[in-house]
Ligand binder design. Structure first.
Ligand code: FES
Length: 118
């Protein structure tokens, strides 16, 4: 399946210390900014598959609204031990005032379907 670069959001929309959720072709994508860096994750929590949401990071941690697991900004690793595995990390590129994700979106759609049907 082809890797595509898709524009997710304009850079200024993702403020320092915040994460925003965007739905792209039915796929939830979380974009977060911390210390000037941008990271992207599939917006589905690996615990009980709640959708992540736009929020202010807590001490640089991404927080799931479901049971408040906290995830490392850099790696997506769960820090409280609630979720059994890390968030699914996506390749994020910030360029020309926009944030892009490079991924196989067909594969992501299949992954979301598999995860949320458990
Ligand atoms: S669904 Fe995210 S912590 Fe439970």
């Amino acid at each position: 399946m082809p890797i595509k670069r898709v524009s997710i959001v304009r850079s200024p929309a993702v403020r320092e210390g915040h994460a925003i959720l965007k739905i792209v072709s039915g796929i939830p994508i979380l974009i977060a900014r911390y210390n000037g860096s941008v990271r992207a994750y599939l917006g589905v929590c690996p615990h009980k598959y709640y959708a992540l949401c736009s929020h202010e990071l807590e001490d640089g941690r991404i927080v799931c609204p479901g049971h408040r697991e906290r995830f490392d900004f850099e790696t997506g690793s769960p820090l409280k031990g609630i979720a059994p595995k890390p968030l699914f990390k996506l390749k994020a590129v910030e360029e020309d005032g926009k944030i892009y994700v490079e991924a196989d979106f067909d594969e992501l759609a299949s992954l979301v379907k598999a995860e949320t049907s458990k």
